[in-house]
Write a protein that binds this ligand. Sequence first.
Ligand code: HXC
Length: 520
Amino acid sequence: MATNQDKVKELIDLRNQAKLGGGEKRIESQHKKGKYTARERIAMLLDEDSFEEFDMFVTHRCNNFGMEKTKFLGDGVVTGQGTINGRIVFVFAQDFTVFGGALSEMLAQKICKVMDKAMTVGAPIIGLNDSGGARIQEGVNSLAGYAEIFERNILASGVIPQISAIFGPCAGGAVYSPALTDFILMTDQSSYMFVTGPKVVKTVTGEDISTEDLGGAEVHSTKSGVSHFMVENEEEGISLIRDLLSYLPSNNLEEAPMMVCNDPIDRLEDKLNSLIPDNPNLPYNMLEVIEAIVDQGKFLEVHKRYARNIIVGFCRMGGRSVGIIANQPSFYAGVLDIESSRKAARFVRFCDCFNIPILTLVDVPGFLPGRVQEYGGIITHGAKLMFAYGEATVPKVTVTLRKSYGGAHDVMSCKQLRGDFNYAWPTAQIAVMGAKGAIEVLYGKEVAAITDPEAKAKFIAEKEEEYNHAFANPYKAASYGYIDDVIEPRNTRFRVIRAFQSLQTKRVTNPMKKHSNIPL
Ligand code: HXC
């Protein structure tokens, strides 16, 4: 009969066995691919010795294809809780060494359990994905398992932050769990996401395409926008997740943690007074403005390489977490188009879900005109951004630096979309459109009637001058109270922080409803 000491030894042996996942050979093969194992990833992610594992002894219960003879403790996913910078988080890491991390009924149950715990406690859930998708031997049980996870992703949306790192394959319907989360991060050259892989693409469409070109990190960070962050390697990815979480509250009922601010709140940035070129058609880099006004110049840009005509990301101002949305004049003149509208709308909604105040920096010449945009539904996508801003109840401060034209003026957090403080620099131009377009519409017939080219140019120049005098400034808008104050650019940091300070106790609620019907 086994002694109690034997039983303790058995436990230790079983734990050690579970820690080996699919065995040493497969761990070696994982390392050879330049990838870490599930447990190594969790150890890097969490504060030292903070990991508490759940369900180490779970095994699958599938008897198809001789599966009953092959069981691994833990069954292809490592789950549990731990801390990041002292704050509790829940985590699951798919273990590629066990059936390629493929999702079984029991594997899904483990993920669901940790997600449920995260929801009960109100703490972020982080998924580290590296899986061959549905475990083929388990058939429909695997699909049901995925759907259980999807439903939890949906219910957790807007309640706890959900972050997905893709550190290997993520294919088929498996992509939809990450897609339902708030942020996706992909490692360059070692991760991929697609609904159907290159072989199916070849069969169905005849197109030859590599895994990387179809769903690599580069593609999803620049073309599709599926991935919010692209990183060189797993270490960088893990450190980014830790950094990202520092800007977020643990749940929708909390505020993001306040940091000690060593950067003077009233720091003046003289260079901002001369940043905007005199010629309104010349670009400048909006990132310079952002870096000048945020604490320590530190800005975590989201979707950095996607829809670069708009910038979104997190910073701190006076120690408090703030989400920034800013037009980027140095990329397509900062125009709003389908991609930039979608990108910004999603970010605004994330900030609003999690009580993160929003700073909007405006320099927008309008919406991108043309057939491609209209056929692509710019009306709906632009409305999405307007909807997101108008619905948001978090503190909203807007600074118009230069152009703010037409529909784009309204969309970019204007006063009437419940902007709390709307400031403008003296270089702001708030109008229905730019002078050139306006004169063409207003004086088209007169211009056409002038035959002498010199006289025509003179007439246009005079009218443009007249128009610019009337509208290419912030004072018309300020005279109606649409702009609360015209501020000296160098004071921007101080004015914005003070505005957010006064908004700390802001309480606004939307009318009761089941949910809104944002134009999707
Ligand atoms: C069962 C799987 C598996 C799967 C991999 N394995 N994928 N087992 N079900 N889906 C096993 C392999 O048999 C192998 O077992 C081990 O994992 C490692 O796989 P390898 O092929 O040796 O690794 P590698 O060469 O790196 O290739 C990885 C891979 C490939 C590209 C992911 O395994 C692959 O193409 N797998 C199938 C992917 C797929 O089509 N999945 C279904 C997608 S549809 P041994 O014992 O040899 O180590 C889907 C629907 C979800 O997921 C729907 C949700 C709504």
